[in-house]
Design a protein around this ligand. Structure first.
Ligand SMILES: Cc1ncc(COP(=O)(O)OP(=O)(O)O)c(N)n1
Ligand SMILES: Cc1ncsc1CCOP(=O)(O)O
Ligand SMILES: [Mg+2]
Length: 208
């Protein structure tokens, strides 16, 4: 499945929710216009079961499903790719295991040089953030909007922004160079279809 060049990238929040509820919420986010989903679960009970249901529903909507942190889980469930942070392994190993068509995204925090190196090493997208205080990851280090502007000058793969992004503040990040907005709470702390739809105006504006 192809990596969308821009759009809303919804990241799951499965804590204290049943598999049925998480799948329903993700489907609602997809109906609301999310273009890609990441399964992120820091306390998984049955990750393989949930992730395989998420692959199924994402493919109905032609949206890639990426797995946070785990190449092994991505392989096991036939996911479209993986998101790797600084402690989650190397791009080359993920590529070897998942294949040429897999989508491999990497966290670059606030480090434009790292993003350039990751793009050269074969990443499919680079992610910067957190840009705004995040209830989902309160200790995430701040990133500067100027990093998006600098990255945009030298990086041609899609740039993802993450952290406290709402329909009210996402426009600044897109204007600075972000292509995809990655969101947890702004979608899944609310009714996800309406919440996802509220971000679409940002992308429609940009296209004008
Ligand atoms: C799109 C996207 N960007 C950044 C992250 C954060 O990854 P990481 O630093 O590995 O932190 P955890 O998410 O594993 O807590 C992400 N998951 N997705
Ligand atoms: C995983 C992650 N990495 C940096 S901030 C963050 C959480 C983003 O969630 P929210 O959209 O609720 O701030
Ligand atoms: Mg990680």
């Amino acid at each position: 499945m192809k990596l969308p060049r821009r759009g809303l990238y919804a990241i799951t929040q499965p804590e204290n929710r049943t598999v049925t509820q998480v799948v329903k919420d993700v489907e609602a986010a997809l109906r609301g216009g999310a273009t890609m989903i990441q399964y992120r679960d820091k306390n998984p009970l049955d990750a393989q079961y949930l992730a395989s249901h998420l692959v199924e529903i994402c493919h109905v909507y032609d949206a890639p499903l990426l797995i946070n942190d785990s190449v092994e889980l991505a392989l096991a469930v036939g996911a479209d790719g993986v998101h790797l942070g600084r402690d989650d392994g190397e791009i080359a190993e993920a590529r070897r295991l998942l294949g040429a068509d897999a989508i491999i995204g990497v966290s670059c925090y606030n480090d434009v040089e790292k993003a350039q190196a990751m793009a050269a090493a074969g990443a499919d997208y680079v992610a910067f953030g957190r840009f705004f205080p995040s209830g989902s990851k309160p200790l995430a280090a701040p990133a500067e909007i100027v990093s998006l502007q600098l990255a945009k000058q030298s990086i041609t793969i899609p740039i993802v922004a993450i952290g406290g992004i709402l329909p009210e503040n996402g426009g600044t990040l897109l204007a600075a160079g972000a292509d995809l907005l990655a969101v947890i709470g702004g979608i899944f702390d609310h009714e996800p279809e309406a919440a996802a739809r509220a971000y679409q105006v940002l992308f429609n504006h940009q296209a004008e």
